[in-house]
Design a protein around this ligand. Structure first.
Ligand code: BG6
Length: 514
């Protein structure tokens, strides 16, 4: 018998005991007629149910302004579900679930609407056994938060009854800069305490993003190497072939820095670079993440020109099909200076990461969609096999967040044969083949966590504010004519502006081919 075999079961395989079970509740969606409900929220709930992960009672109330009956609302959601569900929709599961979905018509500012909501929720509790637990989902523009939260507060809906809970989930964008984020935080905290506030960053719900921590802290081999002694640099890339689509109205006022960098990419950076937390509780993990953002070397003054690139797509072709320039998209200012591409060179001022550049790039209308974190290790010493080829490829650990979720490690190997010829090879782990099942959608994980009261995968107030403060400084630099950081144009379907290649090239490095 193998003496090293452990007789105790692996708790990670059975599910971490730390995550409590989701509890019966009603999800109240404000802005329920919008895209998010149809494309993401209801499909996520359906899949949770179909997978048997749902709490014993789960009901939905869609709160919105348009006139609609329960039946029409259910029908529309059912239609959308067919297109957006991760798994094939089973009629019996949907029929059963759809009977737990209600439509509640009201203006957000109408006091009467909230007292009717209160009655409806009480009635649902009696009929479905949802136990007074309420999850209020604000899927609306941030300027509506105040009025909705006031409405909830005025009717005591933000207060949980004894033995129950009331929580708020807030969709992005969480502000447009630090002052607006602070203001929103103040508005939200007037109705819900921080522990009951769940700020969505759907990247944190992605299976592979969650796996970053497991990779780093459940394996013995990576952590000793995970520092400036062994890591040369890190590249975090997020490319999309899509353009701005129908979202020009929102996007033109936001841009890639606010839309993707401030939230999603900085969160990935935090998970990659944080110190091991004391435990896996929400605040322990978030304490470590916020320290990373606080340690980011500020990009100000002349650094803005040397450490940042902003670009905008011009006309071009994606998969051989011609696509218009950003400025010609619907609801975009024809003279827009909004960036659809950002490249940054970041540094983290702490012991672990001193001197390790972290390059980050994100863009719309790139040739390929995909998000990855590539950890480039330092080259082997120029002796033995490397004597004549000191530039042999570095070992690179790539965490593919999407698509084809997985992890690969590039290393050198000898080509079979008499001569000693070396070539890089890849050790590859694919989620799909290793576990034989598709990963749940980010919203499934996040909704379940909110129903369980686990805020680990949601952004805390200080994380959001620190991230804005970092990003605001760069944006201020872009707006300051003293520092020359022109908006660079790139053809749709190319890998971004040449200036981004120069940014990384100045350090003798190149972007990884995705
Ligand atoms: C959203 C942004 O938060 O994330 C979009 O607003 C972007 O502009 C999207 O397209 C990307 O998410 P995903 O999950 O498709 O990578």
């Amino acid at each position: 018998m193998n003496s090293s075999a452990s007789p105790t079961p692996n708790p990670l395989r059975d599910g971490l005991g730390l995550r409590s079970a989701p509890q019966s509740c009603t999800l109240v969606i404000f802005g329920a007629t919008g895209d998010l409900t149809h494309r993401k929220l209801v499909p996520a709930l359906y899949n949770i149910l179909a997978d048997g992960e749902a709490p014993p009672a789960l009901t939905v109330v869609g709160f919105a302004r348009r006139e609609k009956t329960n039946e029409i609302f259910r029908e529309e959601l059912g239609e959308a579900l067919k297109n957006f569900s991760r798994q094939t929709v089973k009629d019996e599961v949907w029929d059963h679930f759809s009977r737990s979905i209600y439509y509640h018509r009201s203006e957000f500012s109408e006091p009467e609407g909230y007292s009717r909501l209160k009655d409806l929720l009480d009635e649902i509790d009696r009929e479905h056994g949802t136990n007074g637990n309420r999850l209020f989902y604000l899927a609306v523009a941030p300027d509506q938060f105040g009025v909705i939260l006031d409405g909830l507060r005025a009717h005591g809906l933000n207060e949980a009854k004894p033995g129950s809970w009331a929580r708020a989930i807030i969709e992005k964008p969480f502000g447009i800069d630090l002052p607006s984020a602070k203001e929103l935080n103040t508005v939200v905290s007037s109705a819900f305490q921080e522990q009951d506030t769940y700020r969505i960053d759907h990247y944190l719900g992605k299976e592979t993003a969650q796996n970053i921590m497991v990779l780093r802290f459940a394996n013995a081999i990576f952590e000793p190497l995970w520092n400036h002694r062994y890591i040369d640099h890190i590249q975090i890339s997020a490319g999309e072939t899509l353009g701005v689509e129908a979202r020009g109205g929102y996007y033109d006022g936001a841009g890639a820095m606010r839309d993707m960098v401030q939230n999603h990419l900085l969160q990935l950076l935090c998970l990659t670079c944080m110190e091991p937390p004391t435990d896996l509780k929400a605040n322990s993990v978030r304490d470590e993440k916020v320290k990373v953002i606080r340690s980011l070397h500020p990009i100000t003054g002349d650094d803005v020109a040397t450490h940042t690139v902003r670009g905008q797509y011009a006309a071009g072709a994606i998969f051989g099909k011609e696509v218009p320039a950003y400025r010609d998209e619907q609801r975009v200012d024809p003279h827009s200076m909004t960036e659809t591409y950002v490249a940054l060179k970041l540094g983290i001022d702490n012991w672990r990461w001193a001197g390790v550049p972290i390059y980050l790039r994100v863009g719309k209308r790139l040739p390929k969609s995909g998000t990855e974190i590539a950890v480039h290790f330092k080259s082997a010493p120029a002796v033995l096999f490397n004597t004549n080829a000191p530039d042999l490829d570095q070992n690179v650990l790539v965490i593919r967040i999407q698509p084809d979720e997985g992890i690969s490690l590039r290393m050198q190997a000898k080509i079979p044969g008499a001569a000693v010829r070396i070539e890089p090879v890849k050790m590859d782990f694919h989620y799909g083949t290793s576990f034989g099942k598709a990963s749940p959608e980010a919203y499934e994980r996040l909704l379940l966590d909110a129903m369980s009261g686990d805020a680990t995968l949601f952004a805390r107030r200080d994380e959001v504010e620190e991230a804005w403060s970092f990003v605001d400084e760069i944006r201020a630099g872009w707006d300051d004519p003293t520092f020359s950081t022109p908006l660079e144009f790139y053809a749709a379907g190319s890998w971004g502006p040449d200036a981004a290649d120069r940014l990384i090239g100045a350090d003798g490095r190149a972007w990884r081919r995705m």
